[in-house]
Design a protein. Structure first.
Length: 250
């Protein structure tokens, strides 16, 4: 029995190849490679269909003549890089901007339409319809790249305006008015009336008889008269206690 030895380098090479094969199977191809749809007459990208000119109903399209199918094309609204293989009669495009939804390859009495969903930016091997007389593609007349206008981004919904709740107005409690305290009215005691006095001959008589108070003091004679009357009055006052004592004895 012969045992075959496998080197480490062989195992590594086999593993790398297997990994690359897996990646190629999982990842989508760069080109779209869709099957064309045969359309008679002269199909176009936009507008309404007319006699011998069916329309794809796209939003916009760019028509490029056969003489301008190699190199970069940019008309401001659409740009693409083109490579036309004259011997094979096939077209390749790349870097399409915006991405195209359909490409019309017009040749002979009809056209091949390549539809892309989602829109594509590159593909290769595009050709015109086959001429039944020689089983070769018709000579290319022109190519139309058809695309849709991008949908506008939805406008963000305005945020609701927050409702401001007013703060309650504070109630002001009135301070009690101070009660004025009435100071007691000071009672004024009347000054005592002075005791009437009469001066007679250097003697001051308190509470003299009314007759003496009313007599005018006009001269020395009057003063003597008043003095006499005063002495009589004093003597009378002195006699009253004695008379009272005598009457008690009797």
């Amino acid at each position: 029995m012969t045992v075959r030895r496998i080197g480490i380098s062989t195992l590594i090479t086999g593993g790398v190849l297997a990994l690359l094969a897996t990646i190629l199977l999982v990842l989508p191809a760069g080109a779209a490679h869709v099957e064309p749809v045969h359309m008679d007459d002269n199909p176009k990208c936009t507008g309404e269909s007319g006699p011998n000119q069916p329309s794809l109903g796209m939003d916009d399209g760019v028509k490029i003549e056969a003489d301008d199918l190699t190199g970069a094309h940019d008309d401001g609204a659409f740009s693409v890089d083109l490579v036309f293989d004259v011997e094979a009669g096939t077209l390749s495009f790349s870097n399409a901007s915006p991405a195209v939804s359909a490409v019309i390859m017009k040749g002979g009495p009809a056209g091949n339409v390549y539809f892309y969903d989602p829109p594509a930016t590159e593909d290769d091997g595009l050709e015109t319809p086959t001429n039944p007389n020689n089983d070769q593609p018709y000579g290319i007349s022109h190519v139309s790249f058809c695309f849709e206008e991008p949908e506008p981004s939805p406008s963000p919904s305005p945020s609701p305006t927050p409702t401001v709740t007013p703060s309650p107005t504070p109630t002001v409690t009135p301070s009690p008015s101070p009660t004025a305290t009435t100071s007691p009215t000071a009672t004024t005691s009347p000054a005592p009336s002075p005791t009437p006095t009469t001066e007679v001959l250097g003697l001051v008589l308190e509470n003299p008889p009314a007759e003496m108070q009313e007599l005018p003091m006009t001269g020395p004679a009057d003063a003597l008269l008043i003095a006499a009357l005063a002495m009589l009055g004093v003597g009378g006052l002195l006699l009253l206690p004695s008379a009272a004592t005598s009457s008690r004895r009797d």
